[in-house]
Design a protein around this ligand. Structure first.
Ligand SMILES: [Zn+2]
Length: 231
């Protein structure tokens, strides 16, 4: 959830295959927490189908809304359901803006399908260094982060998260990954979120996870993420 747009260039990743101080298949010796033996990237791979399902539903709903705005469009139930959900999270209903949102989800989907080259596990030392000390093994939960635009990093906290939270974190980090302007202004919920305009919402990573979940049957406004780490 920590993101940092600073780019340290190639050098920081030259040893990316050697980051783990112990091989990942050997449990960390100073703890008996079983989760520490689960590889974070493997856990993200397991959560990927749910994230993909949510993104696909977001794209489906957005395209239904876009099609319904054509001059001779027939009434379409998906758009009828979809418009209130788009307005709820992205505060817009114009064709041009819907296309921008749809295009962002398409970009996220492409990277998710190519995640074998983008997802990486980081050990605690690397996670702490990349997040300027924010990540601590026993500190606040930090499931993943985008440090440079080269990769999405998953920490030792990630495997402990619930299945919906895991998938939500993937969408959150993909949103950071596709555009350095993406941040947290507007938040995940509350008055700032509800009163956002389109310009704020389009650059708020939380809107992407929230909308994609809401656009998935049964169309509930469930806000999964680090505020509900166990779900
Ligand atoms: Zn974030």
């Amino acid at each position: 959830m920590f993101e940092d747009s600073q780019n340290t260039g190639q050098a920081a990743f030259d040893n990316s295959d050697g980051l783990l101080s112990v091989p990942s298949e050997i449990p960390v010796a100073d703890t008996d927490d079983l989760n520490t033996s689960i590889d974070p990237k493997a856990a993200a791979d397991e959560a990927k189908p749910l994230a993909l399902k949510w993104i696909d539903n977001a794209i489906l709903v957005l395209n239904s809304c876009i099609r319904s705005l054509a001059p001779d469009a027939a009434t379409n139930i998906q758009a009828k359901v979809g418009f209130p959900i788009v307005r709820r999270h992205f505060h817009t209903d114009t064709k041009a803006n819907l296309r921008i949102i749809e295009s962002n989800y398409q970009t996220m989907r492409r990277y998710l399908c190519n995640s074998v080259h983008i997802f990486r596990s980081v050990n605690d030392e690397t996670a702490s260094r990349d997040t300027l000390g924010y990540f601590q093994p026993g500190g606040p939960l930090v499931g993943g982060y985008v440090f440079t635009m080269r990769s999405i990093s998953f920490t030792s906290h990630y495997p402990m998260l619930g299945p919906n939270c895991k998938a939500s974190v993937i969408i959150h980090e993909l949103a950071h990954y596709i555009d350095q302007r993406m941040g947290h202004a507007g938040g995940e919920s509350g008055p700032a979120y509800d009163l956002s305009n389109f310009e704020t919402a389009i650059n708020n990573v939380h809107c992407y996870q929230n909308f994609a979940i809401h656009a998935t049957p049964p169309f509930m406004d469930e806000r999964y993420g680090m505020n509900r780490p166990n779900v």
